[in-house]
Design a protein around this ligand. Structure first.
Ligand code: HEM
Ligand SMILES: *[C@@H]1O[C@H](CO)[C@@H](O)[C@H](O)[C@H]1NC(C)=O
Length: 493
């Protein structure tokens, strides 16, 4: 063998040895980490996972190792939380330690820890507090968030009426509505559903969502070292995010010209005022870059989640005619046909409230949640979790808990009703996760779901095309549980 070959072979051997050694020493320190299956070099435990149904594989491992265990997703060490009580113990009782965001490799390179979804420490705290206040209507002018949603719900009805009872795939229209709600909050105007700019924005959001949910991105997340071989798609993802941010930047510039700090109309106005207030504070997190990233976060986190839930929900209602009949009865009794539904109606509509909860429970939109991380070394139960450890606080085991929800695999609004037909709350209802890092848009999303479902069913009877039982309801589940494509008819009532 020539000397170069020897050197290369020697180097390779050294590298492999080093990798083995580091994994082995991790293994060695593991005395203090939660138990779990032994990882292989590079690929970790991925052979133990069924990629068609990750939540099921994770539950199987919990049967063997208990409610908290360690798993290697490729080279990334992850501590999995499985079940209600461990979730509560970590995210609530020790919430301050568990509220850091874990890394999603495919997004990390793009966001670099900016914005509210991927921010850490003080930056995250400031952006989160500000965004929550704004979404709760503090200082956003006279029009409440509820009014913005009601307006959009009426536009949705107009759009569905145009289908004249013909078979329709609702995907596009149900995607427009939540996107427009975010537009209305960020820059106080909605778009027509055929506006070119709006369609372009939707296309970008949609494409990124597809990219994020593709096998390609799962591979990337498992084995970040692979990214050098997968540059094309990653570039596309990054470019789309940039385009969304450019779109927001345009709006920001318009707002800067017309800003009246005493009379802010929307999120961008509020943010710009805040920037002015803090312009002498060199540690302020309220800079332009965080505005663009947070704005794009709100679009990404708030559009596809809500629209998939609506789409899935209508399909479930189609499949259960008895549920639709009860909803119609309740709407006619409480609201009638002469006024638009408002959020106040919810307290008089326990059945609708239960349906919305059951839709969210049943569809289990984000089975493995978003990753968290511990922001300090901590002692948790009898284990030691080093600072930075990635945590997967799983939602499926809680939403599908068979003690709390008998027959958890069935769609049944009775899961949220008591014997007298009153709404029954459950602590196990956590599709938005729990604790300080839980969904920032929970209040908004719940208002949208109630108002959109109620307004649609106030105005239409849903009729299926063909046999609704043909659609399989449970599809591939990894990051998102998506409904199948389907058509239905909206018959005016
Ligand atoms: C049905 C609709 C929705 C569901 C099921 C949902 C669910 C979730 C979940 C599970 C998380 C991760 C929480 C955690 O890490 O513990 C999350 C985070 C987040 N969601 Fe939502 N979400 C929905 C709608 C929305 C909407 C409409 C918005 C827009 C305002 C939004 C904005 C966010 C943001 C900004 C975060 C990151 C929070 C942080 O890191 O502090 N979500 N969501
Ligand atoms: C939900 O629970 C039921 C009953 O315990 C089980 O058969 C089913 O596989 C679970 N589903 C998921 C997605 O974990």
């Amino acid at each position: 063998m020539d000397p170069w070959g020897l050197t290369t072979a020697g180097l390779l051997a050294c590298v492999l040895l080093l990798i083995f050694f580091s994994l082995w020493s991790q293994e060695f320190k593991r005395g203090k980490l939660p138990p779990g299956p032994t990882p292989l070099p590079f690929i970790g435990n991925i052979l133990q996972l069924d990629f068609k149904n990750i939540p099921a594989s994770l539950s199987k491992l919990a049967e063997k190792y208990g409610p908290i265990y360690t798993l290697y997703f490729g080279m990334q060490r992850v501590v999995v939380l499985h079940g209600y009580s461990i979730m509560k113990e970590a995210l609530i009782d020790q919430g301050d330690a568990f509220n850091d965001r874990g890394i999603i490799p495919v997004l990390e390179d793009i966001h670099k820890g900016r914005g509210v979804v991927f921010g850490h420490g003080e930056r995250w705290k400031q952006l989160r507090r500000f965004s929550l206040m704004t979404l709760r209507n503090f200082g956003m002018g006279k029009r409440s968030i509820e009014e913005r949603i009601q307006e959009e719900a009426q536009c949705l009805v107009v759009e569905f009426r145009k289908t004249k009872g013909q078979a329709t795939d609702p995907t596009f229209i149900l995607g427009c509505a939540p996107c427009n709600v975010i537009c209305s909050i960020l820059f106080h105007n909605r778009f027509k559903y055929n506006d070119e700019k709006f369609l372009y924005l939707m296309k970008l959001l949609n494409e990124n969502f597809q990219l994020l949910n593709s096998p390609w991105s799962q591979l990337y997340n498992l084995l970040p070292a692979f990214r050098v071989y997968l540059p094309g798609k990653h570039k596309r993802l990054a470019r789309n995010v940039e385009e969304i941010q450019r779109f927001i930047l345009e709006k920001v510039k318009e707002h800067q010209k017309a800003l009246d700090p005493n009379n802010p109309q929307d999120y961008i106005d509020c943010y710009l005022s805040k920037m002015q207030q803090e312009k002498d504070n060199s540690h302020s997190e309220f800079d332009l870059e965080n505005l663009l990233v947070t704005g794009s976060n709100l679009f990404t986190a708030g559009t596809e989640t809500t629209s998939s839930t609506l789409r899935y929900g209508l399909l479930l209602i189609l499949k259960h005619p008895e549920v639709q009949a009860k909803i119609h009865e309740e709407i006619d009794r409480v609201i009638g046909h002469n006024r638009v539904p408002s959020i106040m109606d919810k307290q008089d509509m326990p059945y609708m409230d239960a349906v919305v909860h059951e839709v969210q429970r049943f569809i289990d939109l984000l089975p493995i949640n978003l990753p968290h991380a511990v922001n300090q070394d901590i002692q948790f139960q009898q284990y030691f979790l080093p600072k930075g450890t990635t945590i997967f606080p799983l939602l499926t085991p809680v939403l599908n808990d068979s003690k709390e929800f008998p027959n958890p695999d069935q769609f049944d609004p009775q899961h949220f009703l008591d014997m007298n037909g009153k709404f029954k709350k459950s602590d196990y209802f956590m599709p938005f996760s729990i604790g300080k890092r839980s969904c920032l848009g929970e209040g908004l999303a719940r208002m949208e779901l109630f108002l959109f479902f109620t307004t649609i069913l106030q105005n239409f009877s849903l009729k299926s095309v063909g046999d609704p039982n043909e659609f399989s309801i449970r599809t591939n589940r990894f990051r998102f549980s998506l409904p199948p494509y389907y058509q239905l008819c909206f018959l005016p009532r």
